[in-house]
Ligand binder design. Structure first.
Ligand code: NAD
Length: 498
């Protein structure tokens, strides 16, 4: 087991501690009592890798009291922005030094391929902290056009106590997306990681304290959604909840707010994102790699997954041949192996849901092109990357988020049909399309109802650009970019009358 100030562990040391069942994530609450713990298992082989706290509504209450006291005392909020920046940069340097350790924790906890944790998730996580650290002393207020008989200015103030409720699919990165902008603005933050993936959040907060973040400004309550998540949603002294997760649970947070103190709610939710291949698309290796990444990256446990491939009928044969050939190089297996691109599903219930989607697609008449089976390695929750052709817009696979490696292919004849199919969804998180025609690109980019649109490639943007969804993919604000700071502020107008 690591201790708060222990030196960084290597990937192999973390894997060894996991084998010995010694990885731990507990609550980090000022004045809190030790929580009951439960076994934490890895989806890699379902073995016990350690213990995690199973927090309660009382733990949330204690954390909120400390968070409120910290906020009102000004211990963090009233530090000069340059000082908050300095502390956050020190934290980012510690995260960099612990990059391998944190990568291995996410790999073992979520079953994510270690190569992606090392090369994508943790670098993006650290960049998020550096970027928000740099932003804080460059945010200016406004002066109102009052004329000469008055003077008025408009400022952004930190909102107060923030609840950050996280999903399991990108544990470290989702932690950074919420915590970095909320904390840098001077708020007190209470984090609830997904109960399946608490390890990296715990270690990152220990490092925050080492860097100088006051303990009451950043606390964590581990535990289940229906206990700790609900208590955060209903708490009368939390000012905003920033949530990433399923649309179903997102709706609950709106109810919690209505039933309690009308706290602000920001939701980043699910998706069923289209990828459109027009008749002039160049299907070179790069394009195919982008389409496969959109569809299967992170085992498709990805909110912006491009799970609907809409292809012009003239391109379908070539596209399917190239996709299936290149997909052959994606190795499914133990995610601790650096050559593996696809690990297990996060847990058995989720694996069952994904396999049911495959069965339903077959029953509804979709044509299986490749994959379609589970593979019995380790835990047995490994699913082959799967492509279905002849998926029409009435089929379940066209409408519902699978959150697993199942790509639906649908054919179109004219551009307007492609746009209509792309927008034929309750979701609107992301979209990508492939064309060489600039006029078409502008028209389609404008017509698509999604928060992020990529042309000739797959992208979620980066930390500089806002990320979030139209329709039932999101509510109330955006993550990333300077827009994310808005979630964690109030706007105040001051008038000097005379
Ligand atoms: P989830 O909704 O099941 O869980 C998310 C969080 O909510 C967890 O911390 C969980 O403990 C908590 N929770 C669960 N039930 C709750 C309840 N009754 N009350 C309060 N809190 C509760 O989602 P998940 O399975 O962890 O993540 C998958 C979903 O997240 C997918 O739909 C995916 O598309 C979405 N997602 C969206 C984004 C985005 O940025 N838009 C990013 C990642 C994931």
């Amino acid at each position: 087991m690591t201790t708060a100030n222990s030196s960084p562990l290597s990937v192999q040391q973390v894997f060894e501690l996991a084998k010995q069942g010694k990885l731990f994530a507990g609550n980090l609450i000022v004045g809190g009592k030790p929580a009951k713990t439960v076994d934490n298992t890895t989806p890699i082989d379902n073995s016990v890798i350690g213990q995690i706290a199973d927090g309660t509504a009382d733990d949330v209450d204690v954390a909120v009291k400390a968070a409120r006291e910290c906020f009102e005392s000004g211990e963090w909020k009233d530090k000069h922005p340059a000082e908050r920046k300095r502390i956050m940069q020190a934290w980012a340097r510690l995260l960099e030094a612990h990059k391998d350790e944190l990568s291995a924790l996410d790999c073992i906890d979520a079953g994510k391929p270690i190569s992606e944790c090392l090369n994508t998730d943790l670098p993006a996580t650290i960049e998020t902290f550096n970027w928000y650290a740099e932003s804080v002393d460059k945010v200016f207020g406004k002066v109102a056009p009052t004329g000469t008989d008055a003077f008025s200015w408009v400022v952004k103030e930190p909102i107060g106590v923030v609840g950050a409720v996280l999903p399991w699919n990108f544990p470290a990165q989702m932690f950074a997306w919420k915590v970095a902008p909320a904390l840098i603005m001077g708020n007190s933050v209470i984090v609830k990681p997904a109960e399946l993936t608490s390890l990296s959040a715990y270690r990152m907060i220990e490092l925050a304290y080492q860097a100088g973040v006051p303990k009451a400004a950043l606390q964590m309550v581990c535990g289940r959604g229906e206990t700790v998540g609900q208590a955060i949603g209903l708490h009368p002294d939390i000012d905003v909840v920033s949530f990433t997760g399923s649309t179903e649970v997102g709706r609950l947070f709106l109810q919690y707010s209505a039933q309690s103190n009308l706290k602000e709610i920001v939701l980043e939710l699910g998706g069923k994102s289209p990828q459109i291949v027009f008749d002039d698309a160049i299907l070179d290796d790069d394009a195919i790699d982008n389409m496969l990444a959109a569809a299967f990256w992170n085992m498709s446990e990805n909110c912006s997954c491009g799970s609907r491939l809409l292809v012009h009928h003239s391109k379908k044969a070539e596209l399917l041949a190239k996709l299936t050939e290149k997909l052959g190089a994606w190795q499914l297996g133990d995610p601790r192996d650096e050559n593996v691109s696809l690990g297990p599903m996060i847990e058995q219930a989720h694996f069952d849901k994904v396999m049911n989607h495959i069965k339903t697609a077959q029953n509804e008449g979709a044509k299986l092109i490749t994959g379609g089976h589970s593979v019995n390695i380790g835990s047995g929750w490994y699913v082959e990357p799967t492509i279905f052709d002849e998926v029409d817009s009435q089929m379940t696979l066209f409408k519902q988020e699978v959150f697993g490696p199942v790509l639906a292919v649908t054919t179109f004849d004219v551009d307007n049909d492609a746009i209509a199919l792309a927008n034929d969804s309750d979701y609107g998180l992301a979209a990508s399309f492939y064309t060489q025609n600039l006029g078409r690109a502008l028209k389609v980019a404008n017509a698509i109802k999604a928060g992020t649109v990529s042309i000739n490639g797959f992208s979620e943007g980066d930390i500089t650009t806002p990320f979030g969804g139209y329709k039932q993919s999101g509510f109330g604000g955006r993550d990333n970019g300077l827009e994310a700071l808005e979630q964690y502020c109030q706007t105040k107008t001051v008038w000097v009358v005379r």
